[in-house]
Design a protein around this ligand. Structure first.
Ligand SMILES: *Cc1c(COP(=O)(O)O)cnc(C)c1O
Length: 381
């Protein structure tokens, strides 16, 4: 059979043709009034994605670059930071902090669980000298979302600075940076923003900027003071064509409306979860989010084989488990430029694969549950 490819992984995600075409325009010099005008307009409108009035900084890097920028601009070596570790990306915050000699007060959460606001509150009380808190809104490795809004209430009117990794969460999980009082948001281009990999983002509250101004951590490329100096002009060569793409992406998101984008992710997440339940598969997360659905691999099945067959035979790229979850879970994303039919396609390919591996199902069981969910949600049928 002809095999079409579908990316149903939590990054990179599918890129719409209109965004690819926007990037295919001629590269112009970055130190020109013409490019500066595009940069200005694009970064101004990017505030919408974060629901903030603060400036949006862009880095030519993947999402991890923005994470490193958050650590090195807010923390000094030797200082204490509170770090929530509930999966691979929480671990990344810890590893970056470790690399710079920052003392980590770790809130270790079992993978698949979400940190509670009470846990954070307790640690804040035990360590009053730790002012910066690093969290992961959507822990992509486990498919878990935290209650960021309630956590922000703990820090909003204090001198604590709340940092959130929104690399996968942005646009898939509701986020109102200013209204909720989140201080620092980092993200990347290849997830909800529907672009190829290569651009990272950061937004900071005034409270967070006070730390940046007096920060003494060794750094150069990611020193935010350089980025702010001639803003929106970039201190180094910006990713000119990716800025064109970002401009187009924001236009498309504005056209759909951010509330509708959030709602689409919720509905596709719900349809995917219901499909898994109908197939007698167990969700891995205790608090599943709308970025990616993590599913336990049934005992009788080789999880790595499942991910390989669904990709190589059916053209549907899903993700396996990371770290100690390798082979134990698989993850089906519903992130970015994904419609209900992409989700249905992924579920049907999963059913074929499960069936091929000897898992007893009646074909169509998961697809039907997903379709019924879509009908119940009022988007189809
Ligand atoms: C994808 C992702 C990242 C960053 O990964 P990069 O490969 O550096 O872009 C960070 N955090 C989370 C939660 C992610 O999903």
């Amino acid at each position: 059979m002809l095999r079409k490819n579908y990316i149903m992984a939590p990054g990179p995600t599918p890129v719409p043709a209109d965004i690819l075409l926007a990037g295919a325009k001629e590269t112009i010099h970055h130190r020109t009034p013409q490019f500066l005008e595009i940069m200005k307009e694009t970064l101004e409108s990017a505030k919408y994605l974060f629901q903030t009035n603060s400036k949006i900084y862009t880095f030519v890097s993947s999402g991890t670059g923005a994470m490193e920028a958050a650590v090195t601009n807010l923390m000094n070596p030797g200082e204490k930071a509170i770090v929530v570790v509930a999966g691979k990306f929480g671990e990344r915050w810890k590893e970056i902090c470790d690399s710079y000699g920052i003392q980590v007060v770790e809130i270790a959460v079992e993978w698949g669980n979400a940190v509670s606001p009470e846990q954070i509150e307790n640690v804040m009380k035990q360590h009053p000298d730790a002012r910066v808190i690093f969290t992961t809104h959507s822990e992509t490795s486990t498919g878990t979302v935290i209650d960021l809004k309630s956590i922000a209430q703990l820090t909003k009117d204090t001198d604590h600075v709340l940092v959130t990794d929104e690399v996968s969460g942005l646009l898939a999980e509701p986020l109102k940076m200013d209204e909720w009082g989140v201080d620092v948001v980092v993200s990347g281009s290849q997830k909800g923003i529907m672009m190829p990999p290569g651009l990272a983002f950061m937004a900071l509250s005034e409270k967070a900027w006070k730390l940046v101004e007096k920060n003494q951590c060794p750094k150069y490329y990611f020193d935010l003071r350089y980025y702010d100096k001639n803003y929106p002009d970039n201190p180094w060569t910006p990713a000119v064509n990716m800025i064109y793409m970002l401009n187009q992406s924001i236009k498309m998101i504005k056209e759909e409306g951010i509330e509708n984008v959030w709602e689409r992710h919720r509905i596709l997440g719900e349809a995917t979860r219901n499909a898994m339940r109908a197939l007698n598969l167990e969700l891995f997360s205790k608090r599943p989010g709308n970025v990616v659905t993590a599913v336990k691999v049934p005992e009788s099945i080789d999880g790595k084989k499942l991910v390989k067959i669904i990709r190589d035979k059916y053209g549907v790229t899903i993700a396996g488990g990371q770290g100690h979850l390798s082979g134990k879970i698989f993850r089906v994303a519903h992130l970015g430029y994904v419609s209900m039919f992409d989700t249905i396609t992924a579920i049907s390919a999963l059913e074929f694969t499960l069936s091929e591996l000897g898992y007893k199902i009646e074909l169509g069981t998961g697809v039907r549950a997903a379709m019924e969910t879509l009908k119940r949600e009022g988007v189809a049928g």
